[in-house]
Design a protein around this ligand. Structure first.
Ligand SMILES: *[C@@H]1O[C@H](CO)[C@@H](O)[C@H](O)[C@H]1NC(C)=O
Ligand SMILES: *[C@@H]1O[C@H](CO)[C@@H](O)[C@H](O)[C@H]1NC(C)=O
Length: 578
């Protein structure tokens, strides 16, 4: 068929789709220049550039201004590869990608050192882009950092809809770092405030006037007041007493002088910005930052999109290991496939090899089954306490793992529920903790990696992370030895079933006043430890959107709420059967 079409027509067809878009669609949308400065951002670029490719905005209304130099990684190569393929779609492209500049500027001590020369170079480049956009009468200019990962392809349209002259989407990052300041000192350093937390956590949603925004800043050049904006600190009237000003501070000062309000918007959860590297870190640490952003994205948005061309530049996934354990169990309900998908993706990212354990589903437990396996909760004064079927399912799931440890002759295992969400640091910190336990308390049976309501912790001498916990809750994440599993099975707990969160402290001797202690002769013999800090966190905490608990929200069964959900700290928190 195609050989029948003359060459000239083919050429026209190749051009046509673009012409059609520009005419029929959105020809009157504002023109916009995207300014992207890149240095040593190999870890982020495949994602950042993919999001530009996928941005919901007509490319022919966009100009690109890309600058990159002094790289120690493949940043320049990635940029040039992307520009070659996608550049022609844009209205215009200015790319200053210097592949021959040395790894450091003359006044830089390291690649993360914000030397005066570096700050000046960045400010000069942004100033030049700003002037060019003004000269070309481009409507808006968007300063975008290469380590900003936007999850929402409509972000630009949403920012335009705010009709603010100087606006940024609120971006989150590890450690509550963000791209705005809610309050600043006289020297323009950020100050933490309550309102910052409210905006950051999105308890308050909308657009907020703030003194400083950075990393992803959209300027509406059609607003005449923006004529006073500058990145160049010599032109800035009211300079605070700081040796060097970064470009964001200069811009904020010039905005203030021009009586122009900066705005940050959080009506959507737009995306993330990487946490800045500390002076002792190196560019390669960006990889871990990016891994954390990917893990966070998996939790809140799903996998980050990467266009095929950029996949060539993604790092290889780590080889999988069991981190020194004989088996890593992940417990979860079969009927929650999204959690398994997320967990698998996280473990692929971290290189962890685990086995899935399908939890006993409380919804499917019948009274006949309970009877058949002789499952019952303890009686007290002839009143039977109540466990809901979700809690029974939860106990049985952990019980099954303990039995498997003993039956398979495993020496040490890691047990996680599949709503535990790791960070990139998890494997390393876990291995350090277990090494510390092996060194200082080699007889350990059980180590909590996450706890709720901890109290009466005692230190372990010479330990950095290991502690001896008092009473606490949670079986979401723990390390277990074979001896520990044997202890947990010894007193046939199915006959006197407690919520697993209560049973573990009881066996460790941390619930001395429990009225059930007499039923468990081995109570107090489980040698229990914990990490001082949480090594892993629940994906969602109670009350957060998207939170659900399969132990507390079991439909249509006994109806008692979980003891943990009631915040009751004693192990006899079960409600008597009325
Ligand atoms: C690249 O950087 C080097 C060193 O900083 C400089 O001498 C050279 O002129 C630059 N090349 C271009 C094309 O700008
Ligand atoms: C349940 O208990 C009864 C009576 O004590 C016993 O005969 C039966 O074998 C037990 N069932 C199981 C599955 O342990």
């Amino acid at each position: 068929m195609s050989q029948l079409i003359p060459r000239a027509v083919l050429a026209m067809l190749a051009v046509l789709p673009i012409l059609v878009i520009s005419h029929q669609k959105k020809g009157n949308e504002p023109t916009l220049m995207i300014v992207l400065r890149v240095r040593n951002k190999e870890a982020y670029l495949p994602y950042t550039l993919s999001q530009l490719s996928l941005l919901d905005y007509p490319k022919e209304r966009l100009s690109l201004w890309v600058a990159s130099d002094h790289n120690q990684d493949r940043s320049a190569e990635i940029l040039l590869t992307w520009l070659e393929r996608y550049g022609p779609l844009y209205s215009s492209v200015k790319a200053a990608v210097n592949t021959s500049s040395p790894p450091l500027r003359p006044d830089e001590r390291s690649a993360v050192h914000m030397s005066p020369g570096r700050l000046r170079a960045v400010a000069d480049m942004k100033q030049e882009a700003l002037q060019t956009a003004r000269q070309l009468s481009i409507d808006l200019i968007w300063f975008l950092d290469a380590d900003v990962v936007l999850h929402d392809s409509t972000v630009l349209r949403q920012l335009l809809n705010t009709q603010k002259p100087l606006v940024a989407p609120m971006l989150r990052s590890v450690g509550k770092h963000s791209n705005f300041c809610e309050d600043v000192t006289d020297d323009f350093f950020c100050v933490e405030s309550e309102r910052f937390s409210e905006i950051y956590s999105r308890q308050q949603r909308g657009c907020f006037a703030v003194p400083l925004i950075r990393s992803c800043v959209l300027v509406d050049l059609r607003d005449p007041r923006t004529a006073g904006l500058t990145f160049s600190s010599d032109r800035c009237g009211t300079r605070p007493e700081r040796e060097t000003l970064d470009d964001a501070v200069t811009l904020a000062l010039s905005a203030r002088d021009a009586a122009l309000q900066m705005t940050v918007c959080n009506q959507e959860d737009f995306g993330q910005v990487s946490a800045p590297l500390t002076p002792t870190q190196e560019p390669k640490d960006e990889r871990r930052n990016m891994a954390n952003m990917k893990l966070k994205a998996l939790l809140d948005w799903g996998p980050l999109p990467v266009v095929p061309l950029m996949r060539l530049f993604l790092p290889k996934l780590p080889t999988k290991s069991r981190l020194g354990f004989d088996r890593i169990y992940v417990i979860g309900l079969q009927r929650r496939p999204e959690r398994w998908r997320r967990h698998n993706a996280c473990f692929d990212e971290l290189g962890i090899e685990a086995v899935h354990v399908h939890a006993v589903d409380g919804r499917k437990l019948t009274d006949d089954m309970l009877e058949k396996y002789n499952i019952s909760s303890p009686r007290n004064n002839e009143r039977r306490v109540r466990l809901n079927k979700g809690e029974i399912g939860c106990f049985l799931s952990h019980y099954g793992v303990w039995q498997d440890v003993v039956d398979s002759g495993l020496e040490r295992v890691l047990v996680l529920e599949n709503d535990a969400h790791p960070t990139a640091e998890f494997p390393e910190r876990l291995q350090q903790l277990v090494a510390e336990a092996d060194r200082l308390r080699p007889q350990w049976d059980f180590i909590y990696l996450f706890r709720e309501l901890p109290r009466n912790d005692e230190p372990v001498e010479g330990a950095e992370q290991l502690i001896k916990p008092g009473f606490c809750y949670s079986a979401m994440a723990y390390v277990l030895s074979r001896k520990g599993a044997e202890t947990l099975l010894r007193d046939r707990p199915l006959k006197n079933m407690l919520c697993v969160d209560d049973y573990i402290p009881l066996m460790a001797g941390n619930a001395p006043h429990s009225r059930w202690i007499g039923r468990f002769p081995s109570a107090g013999t489980l040698r229990i430890f914990a990490s001082r800090d949480h090594l892993i966190h629940p994906a969602k905490v109670r009350g957060e959107p998207g939170y659900n608990s399969d132990t507390t929200e079991v439909d249509g069964v006994v109806g008692a709420r979980s003891c943990a959900a009631e915040g009751n700290m004693d192990s006899d928190c079960y409600r008597p059967n009325l």
